[in-house]
Design a protein around this ligand. Structure first.
Ligand SMILES: Cc1ncc(COP(=O)(O)O)c(C=O)c1O
Length: 376
């Protein structure tokens, strides 16, 4: 199997797999218990929190552990809205992940006004439009750093400067970009990440919240995570997240160079073989591991299924819950037609992929595409 779906989820690091048995055996106690075993589990959590904070460049108590980035995004958006009821206007984009768009839709049903900043045909936001949307009722600007379907990166520093100047809060979903792209912390009030996108297990997420910003919890109970996220913490998952962050940071140059090499080699080789493909947002700054390709006149679902039969795992941005695929809301926002959006496939590379896999995949994709082209 050639796994080119690392933006959906990534394989767990061998270092983590090797340590999990010991972690579950030695740190089984409840970290909120006051006995020695409980305190041992608590110490592991706090050591991991501190370790992650050192890489982010923040205070340890600015980190809130959650179960996933969907929860972090909900906590950031709804928790902030609840804390600042005097402001009822939020600015976002049409290219956010559903875990940002859906809590905003919920707030809109409660009377909040949600505005969307325009993006150009490459998916880059219009900074002048953003400026023009901010008013005295604006609480928050909520803009993704690296898009999960196309890899397009936004200029967080410029967005953050506007937010600072206009005195509004700025939250970014950094799920796909974390460890791959710097986060200009001085311009950001909150950001979310997810363990399973950086080779840690699923069900561990994190929210960074700058000191002094008020946040109301969305889950109530025992008051863990300084009252912001009740529920017994998992020392094992939190420590696994630390191992992944540590691994990515210690090997950053090597990992990023490897991803960049796979990414550009894939795009170059595929373009040589199939000239009519379109690489979405080819000429703007993108993450080093996501290639979104439009295969003209081909139905992406057929291509994905044919590739799966040949042992290549990839995704499309279209949702297919009802049997009829709906075109990706991200590509639609870029200005692509339904037909183009339904012909797009996301290839996302990971740190364990190899050059040989890229070569083998390009050959298979080319053959399958040429075969399918005769049917469409
Ligand atoms: C950009 C982005 N935000 C949020 C999420 C949600 O992350 P999780 O699976 O941890 O809930 C994802 C997952 O695909 C994502 O790509």
């Amino acid at each position: 199997m050639i796994y080119f779906d690392n933006a959906a989820t990534s394989p767990v690091l061998p270092e983590i797999l090797d340590s999990l048995k010991t972690l579950y055996k030695d740190y089984y106690a409840n970290p909120s218990s006051i006995h020695k075993e409980g305190q041992k589990a608590r110490n592991l959590i706090e050591k991991s929190r501190y370790g992650i904070s050192q890489y982010i460049g923040c205070n340890a108590d600015e980190i809130i552990f959650t179960s996933c980035a969907t929860e972090s995004n909900n906590l950031a958006i709804i928790g902030l809205a609840e804390s600042y009821p005097e402001k009822n206007h939020i600015i976002t984009t049409q290219i956010e992940h559903k875990s940002v768009l859906m809590p905003l839709k919920y707030l809109s049903s409660k009377g909040y006004k949600i505005d969307f900043v325009k993006v150009d045909k490459n998916g880059v936001i219009d900074l002048d439009h953003l400026k023009s949307l901010i008013n005295s009722k604006t609480l928050l600007v909520c803009i993704i750093q690296g898009n999960n379907e196309t890899g397009v990166l936004q200029d967080l520093e410029s967005i953050g400067k506007i937010c600072k100047e206009k005195e509004v809060l700025f939250f970014t979903d950094a799920v796909q970009s974390f460890c791959k792209e710097d986060i200009p912390l001085q311009y950001i009030d909150m950001f979310s990440i997810s363990g399973h996108k950086i080779n840690a297990p699923k069900s561990i997420g994190m929210l960074y919240k700058k000191e002094g910003i008020k946040l109301t919890p969305i889950i109530f109970g025992g008051g863990q995570e300084r009252g912001l996220r009740s529920g017994t913490e998992s020392p094992q998952l939190i420590h696994s997240l630390f191992i992944a962050v540590d691994y990515w940071n210690k090997n950053k140059d090597k990992l990023l160079n490897h991803l960049k090499y796979l990414h550009s080699s894939f795009e170059e080789k595929l373009t040589q073989n199939i000239q009519e493909i379109e690489i979405v947002s080819k000429d703007v700054k993108r993450l080093p591991n996501i290639s979104n390709i439009i295969f003209p006149k081909i139905d992406a679902q057929s291509l994905i299924m044919a590739l799966d039969t040949e042992g290549i795992a990839v995704s499309s941005g279209s949702a297919c819950s009802s049997g009829t695929p709906t075109p990706s809301h991200v590509l639609k926002a870029y200005g692509y037609t339904d037909k183009q959006a339904l012909s797009s496939i996301r290839f996302s590379f990971g740190i364990f992929n190899t050059d040989k896999e890229v070569e083998a995949a390009v050959e298979k994709i080319t053959n399958i595409y040429k075969e399918l082209r005769t049917f469409f």
